[in-house]
Write a protein that binds this ligand. Structure first.
Ligand code: NAI
Length: 338
């Protein structure tokens, strides 16, 4: 089976070449992200393998089908960048890696929280410059504070376990509450408004759907506690970035840790340091000393890369053997997905 990879980074090649030793697929790696303009790179391939910032919209999927591509394999969990209805129309199954390391993402969310709270990013530069003053570095005890967790899936549950270890109170919101889990974990489900009103830290762990797009905007921020910390390791469009910037300027938002950004595709995963930044919103975000932006790296651990490569190859092998696809993304139950 011939597979064309898009958005492939050197670390992808390394982990996939290693995993492919057991499968022997014919792999062609491309650095560029899949989009309508470069779809020809997939000519002759049986499958394409894509990541979070590749675009598989209806036109691209149509062009892939014309070129004989029969499978879209996501090497990630989220699938908001794929037009599932278009894939269904062209009878191209979509497979993904539902969970490669919820620990990796949860731990990164905690890294952002602690760094922002204790101003580690600022202290690092200060001491290197011989400045040992504590001015402006005052943090708060995590113990006894309230964390509001939006979505209580695999990643959120790992995060909640860690935050409970700090002695935090946890309130959560999920349209599909699991009361048995909540009881065992010692958390309570509340309405979103109550979550915003009570939380010192709000962390987003739900998928991007028509319902969740821009859920954090003026209104939500208006309901939050003054000085709230907002963490987003979910998807960029969960937050209306300009509303967040207003909240930061008004000091309503005390800190923001963003591993994702709504216009990240133009920047994330690339070294753009020799270019002038033409995204004014991102530039403004990066100017705040109480904002940390990481480049969609929450998943990026050795364990997660190995899992991604193995599960993706297994997904391909199932397809090649005509077997039932364990990790197929089914369009029906996700009606309304972005
Ligand atoms: P999951 O599918 O296990 O959990 C998602 C939870 O969100 C479910 O409990 C679901 O009921 C809930 N949910 C759905 N709609 C909601 C709404 N409107 N409000 C609140 N909750 C809602 O997913 P998992 O593995 O925990 O991942 C969560 C998200 O994290 C993914 O959708 C993906 O976008 C993002 N992600 C980010 C990564 C990164 O590197 N930054 C890596 C992996 C995932």
């Amino acid at each position: 089976m011939k597979i064309t990879f898009f958005g492939a980074q050197p670390y992808d090649r390394e982990s996939f070449d290693k995993a492919n030793a057991a499968f022997g697929f014919d792999i062609c790696y491309h650095r560029s992200h899949l989009n309508q303009r470069n779809v020809a790179l997939a000519s002759g391939a049986d499958a394409v393998c894509i990541f979070v910032n590749d675009t598989a919209d209806a036109e691209t999927i149509g062009a892939l089908a014309e070129r004989g591509v029969k499978l879209i394999a996501l090497r990630c969990a989220g699938f908001n960048n794929v037009d599932l209805r278009a894939a269904l129309r062209h009878a191209i199954p979509v497979v993904r890696v539902p969970a490669y390391s919820p620990h990796a993402v949860a731990e990164h969310a905690v890294a952002l929280m602690l760094a922002l709270n204790r101003k580690i990013h600022r202290a690092y530069w200060r001491t290197r410059d011989g400045n040992f003053s504590l001015h402006g570095l005052l943090g708060f005890d995590m113990y006894g504070k309230t964390a509001g967790i939006v979505g209580t899936g695999k990643i959120a549950r790992e995060l909640i376990r860690i935050l409970k270890g700090f002695g935090m109170e946890v309130v959560a919101h999920d349209p599909h509450p699991d009361e048995e889990y909540a009881w065992n974990a010692g958390i309570s489900y509340v309405a979103l408004d109550e979550l915003y009103e009570r939380s010192d830290v709000v962390s987003l762990h739900c998928p991007l759907t028509d319902q969740t797009r821009y859920m954090i905007g003026d209104v939500a921020i208006g309901r939050m506690k003054p000085g709230v910390m907002i963490i987003n390791t979910g998807r960029g469009q969960l937050i209306h970035t300009e509303a967040l910037i207003d909240g930061l300027k008004e000091k309503k938002v005390g800190a923001a840790g963003l591993d994702v950004y709504e216009e990240e595709a133009a920047y994330f995963y690339e070294d753009t340091s020799d270019r002038i930044m033409d995204d004014d919103v991102l530039a403004r975000l990066l100017s705040f000393n109480n904002v940390i932006v990481t480049s969609h790296q929450a998943f990026f651990t050795r364990e997660a890369l190995d899992n991604i490569a193995h599960v993706t190859m297994r997904n391909m092998a199932e397809f090649a053997a005509g077997k039932k696809l364990t990790n197929e993304v089914c369009p029906d139950p996700v009606a309304g997905l972005a």
